[in-house]
Design a protein around this ligand. Sequence first.
Ligand code: KG4
Ligand code: ZN
Length: 338
Amino acid sequence: MRELILAIESSCDETSVAVIEDGSQILSNIVASQIKSHQRFGGVVPEVASRHHVEQITLCINEALEEAGVEIAELSAVAVTQGPGLVGSLLIGISAAKAFAWAHGLPLIPVNHMAGHIYAARFVQPLVFPLLALLVSGGHTELVLMEEDGSFKIIGETRDDAAGEAYDKVGRVLGLPYPSGKEIDRLAHIGKDSYAFPRAMIHEDNFDFSFSGLKSAFINLVHNAEQREETLSTEDLAASFQASVVDVLVAKTVRACQKYPVKQLIVAGGVAANQGLREALEKVVSEELPEVDLLIPPLRLCGDNAAMIGAAAHVELAKGHLANMTLNAVPSLAFSRK
Ligand code: KG4
Ligand code: ZN
């Protein structure tokens, strides 16, 4: 009999519901984005996000089942993001998942959002262990070592801002709409790396990152130019910023792959959509790490979505990691550090 998981994701500003078959096939993946409601505030407003989730969640569940052509009676389990994320947003998904599971007598599977980002790669290819995942999103920048399904150890992480957060903050200084990663990526391909921004911690013998110094250097350069009434090239600023972020991410990731004999390198999270990062990693992996298979999910699976939660839930279900009706949101849920 086929395993069908109804997966729910509501950790930030996307309400998403998917139906996943055997952890590897997407029958439906509905994503209702709220970005337009948050743009005028320059970031996600938690209270506004929760209200949108409440309005969308039932519609998304119905749409996901309909698009998949699946009856409720055919479902094997319900999965939901438990954390990390905004507590008010997480609680909407969790309440909906609990109600659905209880009403239909289905097992309930709690899923770590970051594990979901990694398992988005499962839709490209089966995972082979040990593997390393570079997780780069709006809230996280981590190098995660996986020795087997469902086991996650952080070997390096950011000490301050996440990569996506840095993109969004410098985007605001450039007057770009939130979130600005995609637009900076586009501008970077037109401009030149001419402003010599710092590459923090690039030579340090660890796998940690820091992006706040780069962000300050960027903001100071722009403000000083404004005071002197000089005009800087937006494209060159974007290219210089992106080159600094990509250089550090790539250097540390390559070194981690050299230290740990991994078979696959997965790049995941919203910033995995970055063309500059994808191109740089493709080049360096083919030239310097021929034994490593690079797996990057397609663009539509890099941002937040419920399909990835369904893929991670398949592993949790096999391990018997289920929750009961006391399941609660864990806003700071994190992998442990190796
Ligand atoms: O994973 P995600 O959708 O949400 C979180 O869990 O945080 O990541 C969103 C982040 C935002 O900071 C956004 O600016 C960034 O991903 N992002 C990008 C690109 N597309 C989205 N950053 C750089 N280049 C992109 N092409
Ligand atoms: Zn995310």
